[in-house]
Ligand binder design. Sequence first.
Ligand code: NAP
Length: 276
Amino acid sequence: MIPRVRLPDGTEVPALGQGTWHMGETRDRAAAEAAALRAGIEAGMTLIDTAEMYGDGGAERVVGEAISGQRDRVFIVSKVYPHNASTAGVARAAAASLRRLRTDRIDLYLLHWRGAHPLAETVAAFETLRARGDIRFWGVSNFDVADFKELPEGAACATNQVLYNPERRGIEFDLLPFCRARAMPVMAYSPLGQAGRLLRSPALAAVAARHGATPAQVAIAWSLRDGSTICIPKAARPAHVAENAAAAALRLTAQDLAEIDAAHPPPSRKQPLGML
Ligand SMILES: NC(=O)c1ccc[n+]([C@@H]2O[C@H](COP(=O)([O-])OP(=O)(O)OC[C@H]3O[C@@H](n4cnc5c(N)ncnc54)[C@H](OP(=O)(O)O)[C@@H]3O)[C@@H](O)[C@H]2O)c1
């Protein structure tokens, strides 16, 4: 069973979903990528994160293929480029994303990162999409606490998608508590550290060995540990998809968490928001 997390209005979404960065970049891999996403949906990872940026629209096309015939089972997250975040730009970009996704609604639409367009204009454009039923919720990505202070008063932001894994935990100092205080789940991107150094961490390996799990599963369980974070690992290989879904059942102990803290300490002061 995949645990669920509440958005600020109480709507429940899966805490463990699937990322799509680098999908849809080449035609020859698209069918396998869509099959991987479908396998993930079958395993309960029904939240899918994509963006107009990924594969220059190609990832949204792969998602469209993966969800065809089962739209109502999935919760689709997509993102608009900052340079498209004007009134007219948001309307155009969302329409193009809807076409590529072959659906009539995006469940959660995010501003990918901050750009030059005034936030009030972007939020108003998101609210227009919401009123039309083109999107159900909107949110932001790569926002630090100071960025939130510039959002219009009372703005109904549903999430903040940020870099978060045991090696990149700067948000724990202030951003995570800030979002928690607003009942706004954080969406952890690159939870596996893009399969780089993090998955070779001796601390993660030791915890994994105790549980008969893999370091990737420990990283996923770590990001799900507080019950209020959404984790979106990307996996194009079927074995990775199965492994990631199974990580939802892994419960880390206090000793596991202490060992991870010792190797990858939480922040003791404000850090600049990490971004990829
Ligand atoms: N908002 C933003 O600015 C932003 C930035 C970065 C990412 N994101 C989103 O977050 C998603 C996840 O982040 P990410 O793609 O950067 O990195 P990630 O999920 O941390 O890592 C993806 C890499 O890990 C591999 N992998 C997956 N499962 C594995 C497993 N069980 N064992 C070993 N390796 C495994 C994948 O390989 P295979 O694909 O070969 O299976 C891929 O190479 C993205 O896809 C995207 O949707 C958002």
